[in-house]
Design a protein around this ligand. Structure first.
Ligand SMILES: [Zn+2]
Length: 286
């Protein structure tokens, strides 16, 4: 893939999202993913929960300095609004790495009210009794769905994970564990810090430029500082793996700019966290 080819493909991807509120709980979705009858997915906003102060109000991060019971109650509220069985949740234990774990119903509630999984930023399953959950507060959520092999993947992709190609790791795991062909895999990117808001030091900018030479991912903001387009980084690693251009879907929502979302950077670390979720729907019992 040349630089010109990549930019042509990237420009053809039109970001699209939907937003709804159920009992005051906000949920973002990617319309292309909503159109698949075999899955349910979404991304939480910060509205409708019980947390107060800088965590107000639907903090879904257990790693923040907040009472665990508040976060557990927020998950109960969110699951009711999003129609997720609480018992089906399996949560990542992110460390900004590239470890991807395959999980099934034996892992249900891990990270919620059962011991957390070993450190991992990505999860893969073909079990319809599992809802994959990952935590975010500017970092990208990558959603993966293979409608042929009926398996899914979800990962937390901060800048380090994105740089180290956590997205490729999830696709490789789906290939080896589920027999997926990358040509069948649909990829989505949830709400996350946008190309214009993600300011970095020159050292980080250089790392991205070296790792993703096909992208035109560097910019300069109004303060004269370098910016990195992480959404290009996402698309580039999906394409490298053999994902079809028309199977790449960006939400285009910026956590830094949208005040319905927590943003680690905007709120200078004093903030809550959102959750991405993805599950297979079992139509055999319909
Ligand atoms: Zn932005």
């Amino acid at each position: 893939m040349t630089r010109e080819e990549f930019i042509g493909i990237y420009r053809s991807i039109v970001p699209e999202h939907a937003y709804r509120e159920v009992n005051g709980v906000g949920i973002y979705t990617i319309p292309a993913f909503s159109a698949f009858p075999g899955i349910d997915h979404g991304f939480s906003a910060r509205t409708g929960g019980v947390s107060t102060g800088c965590f107000s109000s639907l903090n879904l991060s257990f790693t923040r300095p907040e009472q665990r019971e508040n976060v557990m109650e927020n998950y109960r509220i969110f699951c009711a609004a999003a129609n997720i069985p609480v018992d089906s949740m399996v949560m990542d234990a992110y460390e900004h790495g590239t470890t991807v774990l395959c999980v099934d119903r034996n892992d249900n509630r891990r990270g919620y009210d059962r011991p957390a999984l070993p450190p991992c930023d990505g999860l893969v399953t073909d079990d319809p009794e599992v809802t994959l959950i990952t935590g975010h507060a500017d970092c990208m959520a990558f959603y993966f769905y293979d409608p042929v092999r009926k398996c899914i993947g979800l990962c937390h992709a901060g800048w380090r994970g994105a740089l180290d190609r956590i997205g490729s790791e999830v696709i490789h795991t789906m290939q080896t564990a589920c027999g997926s062909d990358p040509k069948d895999i649909e990829c989505g990117v949830g709400p996350s810090i946008c190309p214009k808001c993600f300011e970095v030091g020159d050292d980080v900018a250089e790392l991205f430029e070296i790792a993703f030479p096909v992208c035109t991912l560097l910019g300069v903001n109004r303060r004269g500082r370098a910016t990195v387009d992480l959404w290009q980084v996402a698309a580039a690693q999906f394409l490298e793996c053999g994902v079809r251009p028309e199977h790449i879907h960006l939400s285009g929502v910026c956590t830094f700019e949208d005040t319905r979302l927590y943003s680690h950077r905007r709120d200078k670390g004093k903030t809550g966290g959102m959750a991405a979720y993805l599950r297979l729907l079992d139509h055999t019992d319909c």
